[in-house]
Design a protein around this ligand. Structure first.
Ligand code: UDP
Length: 240
């Protein structure tokens, strides 16, 4: 195990990874592969809370940039995360993993509301709990939702699976000389505005002492490697 004494994790997947190689939307075949990875992690005995973004469908900022009211656009983004959560629930249950979706925007025809004590019971029973709709408020992102759920569910770490394999000192997509950190402290991430998660999410993890492990979920088997301490990742944690 990468981090000792880790029993419960929050796994945050960016919405964009659900696109697979598409430009938009949900690639169900790729979601099936992601579900296999999540199942393998759960089969090691870990309790898993899952948060999935919505950027593959709609981002509030993109809507606002085109002239939409920001809050209205953000609510659309939150609804996008519910669609992704349902897609992941479907993929997980098809391979025999019991799950529950809890949404911060109540939608009782399709999922449960967020009820912490109920989520706790689901985890005890071996279910994966997928938290949808972020924090349920505009002007936030699912990263903040992930940090919030990680704190309230007392997760030992927040694993952020994205399309980049860690935290770099500059954008690796535009700078080939960008250097990846093995570990970096919360303060440096915030002071240098490093691209990990938004500042409110990083601050919440810092205040609750939750390490953030940033890794690429795009490569097959990588989640298991990272959990086993053999993968490539960056750990954001307390400074020495
Ligand atoms: N969003 C929001 N409040 C939240 C979580 C999400 O308003 O608590 C909206 C916001 O517009 C965001 C969109 O939902 O852009 C999709 O989430 P996010 O951008 O975090 O997805 P990701 O980048 O992880 O795919």
């Amino acid at each position: 195990m990468l981090l000792p004494n880790t029993k419960r994790i929050l796994l945050k997947l960016s919405g964009e990874v659900l696109m697979g190689d598409q430009q938009f939307g949900i690639d169900t075949a790729f979601v099936d592969k992601l579900a296999e990875e999540v199942k393998a992690a759960r089969d090691t005995g870990l309790e898993i809370c899952l948060v999935i973004g919505g950027g593959n469908i709609f981002r509030g900022m993109a809507g606002a940039a085109k002239g939409m009211d920001r809050a209205q656009a953000d609510y659309m983004g939150m609804l996008a995360t519910v669609m992704n959560a349902l897609a992941m629930q479907n993929a997980l249950e098809q391979i025999g993993v019991p799950t529950r979706v809890q949404s911060a925007i109540e939608m009782d025809k399709v999922c449960e509301p967020v009820i912490r004590r109920r989520a706790e019971r689901h985890l005890e029973k071996g279910r994966i709990v997928i938290f949808a709709a972020g924090v349920g408020a505009p002007y936030f992102t699912t990263d903040s939702g992930a940090a919030l759920r990680a704190a309230e569910m007392k997760c030992d770490a927040l694993f952020k699976g994205t399309s980049v394999d860690g935290v770099y000192d500059s954008d690796p997509k535009s700078n080939p000389d960008a250097i990846r950190f093995e570990t970096v402290d919360y303060g440096t991430v915030l002071a240098k505005n490093l691209k990990v998660m938004d500042a409110s999410a990083v601050a919440l993890c810092r205040d609750n002492d939750i390490p953030i492990v940033v890794f690429s979920i795009r490569e097959k088997g990588n989640l298991a490697k990272v959990l086993g301490g053999k993968g490539v990742q960056t750990i954001v944690e307390k400074g020495a």
